[in-house]
Design a protein around this ligand. Sequence first.
Ligand SMILES: [Zn+2]
Length: 477
Amino acid sequence: MTSYETVIGLEIHVQLNTSSKIFCPCKADSWGDPPNSNICPVCTGQPGVLPVPNQAVIEKGALLAAAMHADIQQISFFDRKNYFYPDLPKGYQISQYDLALGQGGYLDLPLEDGSTRRVKIEKLHIEEDAGKTIHKPGRRLLDFNRCGVPLVEMVTAPDLRSADEAADFIRYLRKLVRWIDVSDADMEKGKMRFDANVSIREKGSQVLNPKTEIKNMNSIEHGREAIKAEINRQIKEVEAGGKIASWTLDWNEETKTLSKMRSKETEADYRYFKEPDLLPIILSEEEIKQIYESLPELPEFRKNRFIDEYGLSEYDSDILTSNIDLSNYYIDTVETYDSDASTTANWLINDIQGMMNEINLSFQDLLLTPEYFARILNLVDEGKINPSTGKTLIRKTQELGKDPKQIVAEEGLAQVTDSQAIEAICREVIQENPSQVEQFRAGKTGLIGWLIGQVMAKSDGKADPQAVRQILLKLLG
Ligand SMILES: [Zn+2]
């Protein structure tokens, strides 16, 4: 039996999170707004209007190009991509063709087995989105809110080798665009969507066979399923002696089936030409240098640094580089306020994130600043409070928004380390619980934990548990 290899390339559209559209001042993000409420003569293509490029779109597009290791071009051009569709009122889309903002580039995708797959970027350009056609029984409705919404289109080389790798690529790219704050990449809201070009070949072959294109996927899981289904279909077709034709396919999420949309257009069908209403995009060497310099440390690099420099586990490092707010909060606590890297990671992942999920807080809402957090960790470290008081103090600091040291003083939370005071409580507990004490002395040593618990409760959790254990053991002989 022949064994096959899958060859996948992706075309991804990322909606940039600028406040206004690419060529007019209309609001870019219309999610939840009524249809046709964020439109103007420019984005609806009325006669006599002129587009004005939004500088923020160029900057964010260039930043994404930098993150993909592409070369940002000093001079690039807008082009008209001509096609007719009801939701494209101008009859063309302003895009970039051969001389685009970014050239080249790649993304090193981390794979399951610890290696990476280098996925080359063949095209990276900025463009405007088209409107939306809403199909209702017997009629079509048009919503132009999306016309002129800024996008980056990125096309990868056919470097991916399975549906799972394609899904991982999209997941990784989503994290990256959020990390550098160029897009919310909310796929359910269509802010990141992708097409997949899929073909198969005999394992070991270098030939690129005719491919099919699965259009407009806006869920990673559905995309993975669609690609898998298409790979299986192609294998069956070839095994039966058939040939693969270059179709454009649509994935139906409900029925989990692919259907043929149309034969694929070629670039010649779009009759590209330079946009006559816009000047070229010109970036000086200095501006390009600034863009590269403003790129934050990227998640994969930072993850490895956490493992090497801080001795964190791969698992913890992964969590602490899953989003940039969490990651920066961690770094700030450890580097600026000099807390212990591993304890900080542990408390941040378990206790602080736990609290944030419970009461639905973002890092912007956090009154427990990295400085306060580090102070709590130091109080525990110095034995001034015990760890369980420390955890209570995390919530109290968030509630009150003031210095945890002050809270400790005001509420008398300092750990009782005075051995006489602890001994007095221990004696009380021994006196009040004769049967447990007898059982302990008869060899049921596990009861020590229960007795420590009683002493901790009586001290309102403020006793030093280590000291309690020692004193109890001494008293019980
Ligand atoms: Zn507009």
